[in-house]
Ligand binder design. Structure first.
Ligand SMILES: Cc1ncc(COP(=O)(O)O)c(C=O)c1O
Length: 398
């Protein structure tokens, strides 16, 4: 029977031996085989990428992580899914697997801070040069491609500033020049965008965010096509990257309600934005909500929904009053990460004053000197309560 994604997410991974509706958490380092022949046969199966229900050693994962791999493989329409202990591990896995001395990589200027840092700082030590391009200009990206370009690393939309790019144009260019493509799809999740189906080689999500959804688990998912599979598997097996069975279980549990939660985040966000757009102290909302904007058009072209993460640009003569706004919010926690059930707020310092800050900052995003970016994650609370909370705190902005 053909099933929709909503139905699919509720049904895979039963525990058939114990008759429970959920998979068992299999913690294992040693996996036992009846004979040496069986062990050899099993290792051959793994090498040939055949369907398996367990690995030959716990370092590669357990039956629980295989259950999660299978769900994500279906959701992403992937050849294989590599699981890592944190989201960032998935970014590092892609870079360290595919880039070699003498290569260049093109990185969108609006990627997650540590992604910028590993590209710019760590890869440099291996003689791999990262070149940052303007996410608002395909021409800029095109002009920066050289014979040495190995990978184009895109995050869509970008962290904190939420620019959307014309993804199929990037894929077309990369295929013509035989360049690998990576997309950080944590914001949209494979529910709203499947990067591999539009031609990206790698689709990455921090499973810490919406996949797990409850701010208690960490993990990364790197879904890949056949082209890059072998090279990434080589590094994966030798690096020791893996996800624990306990985290995999929590992420499977989170995925059951991914569709329902995401839809509610989206609905709540639309209601909150309706309030935010009328506030004079907010000069811009960085989220695809205005049909006339370039970002909205690009979002609409590729996505079937949106999530609950956005930024507001606040105009203020006093930074301390923006901090007071954030501090006085009652329902928005102050903290890193997002994608959980709860609302969060954080002031993001994106102005680059020196080389180190540039890694966190933006080269191309233009803002006035009295503008500040506050990132909001709209959670699953009653949106009217969130609006009341925002209204109360906005009065502190001077
Ligand atoms: C867009 C994006 N990519 C990657 C990561 C890294 O994920 P993790 O925190 O699970 O390591 C984050 C974390 O905030 C993120 O926001």
């Amino acid at each position: 029977m053909k099933k929709s994604t909503t139905t699919f997410l509720k049904h895979p991974t039963k525990d058939t031996s114990n008759r429970s509706a959920n998979p068992p958490v299999i913690r294992a380092s040693t996996i036992l085989f009846d004979t040496m022949q069986e062990l050899y046969r099993h290792e051959r199966k793994i090498k040939n990428h055949q369907k398996i229900s367990h690995y030959s050693y716990g370092r590669y994962g357990s039956s629980t992580t295989i259950e999660l791999e299978n769900i994500l493989k279906e959701l992403e329409k992937a050849y294989h899914v590599f699981l890592t202990g944190t989201g960032f591990g998935g970014v590092a896995l892609a870079l360290m697997s595919l880039c070699r001395p003498g290569d260049e990589i093109l990185v969108s200027d609006n990627v997650y801070g540590p992604t910028k840092e590993i590209s710019e700082k760590l890869l440099k030590e291996f003689n791999i040069n990262a070149i940052f391009y303007n996410p608002d200009s395909f021409e800029d990206l095109k002009n920066k491609v050289s014979k040495k370009t190995k990978m184009i690393l895109v995050e869509n939309p970008g962290s904190n500033t939420f620019e959307f790019q014309d993804l199929s144009k990037i894929v077309k260019l990369a295929k013509k020049k035989r360049i690998y493509t990576f997309l950080d799809n944590t914001w949209g999740t494979p529910l709203y965008l499947k990067p591999l189906t539009i031609g990206f080689d790698m689709s990455f999500s921090s499973a810490t965010k919406y996949f797990s959804g409850h701010s208690d688990a960490m993990g990364g998912s790197l879904a890949v096509n056949k082209k890059v599979f072998k090279q990434i598997m080589f590094f994966y097996r030798l690096s020791g990257y893996r996800m624990s069975a306990d985290e995999a279980y929590l992420i499977i549990r989170g995925l059951r309600t991914l569709d329902t939660r995401l839809n509610q985040h989206y609905q709540n966000t639309k209601i909150v934005i309706n309030f935010l757009k009328k506030q004079k102290k907010i000069s811009e909302i960085l989220y695809p909500y205005k049909p006339s904007s370039k970002n909205y058009k690009l979002w609409k072209k590729y996505y079937s929904g949106a999530s609950g993460l956005l930024s507001i640009v606040i105009k203020s003569k006093k930074k301390s009053s923006v901090i007071k706004f954030v501090n006085s919010l009652e329902l928005f926690g102050i903290g890193y990460s997002w994608g959980g059930f709860e609302s969060l707020a954080i002031l993001q310092e994106l102005r680059s004053k020196n080389k180190d800050e540039y890694l966190k900052g933006r080269k191309y995003f233009r803002f006035d000197k009295d503008e500040y970016i506050v990132r909001l994650h709209i959670g699953l609370e009653d949106p009217q309560d969130l609006i009341n909370d925002l209204r109360n705190s906005l009065r502190y902005i001077k």
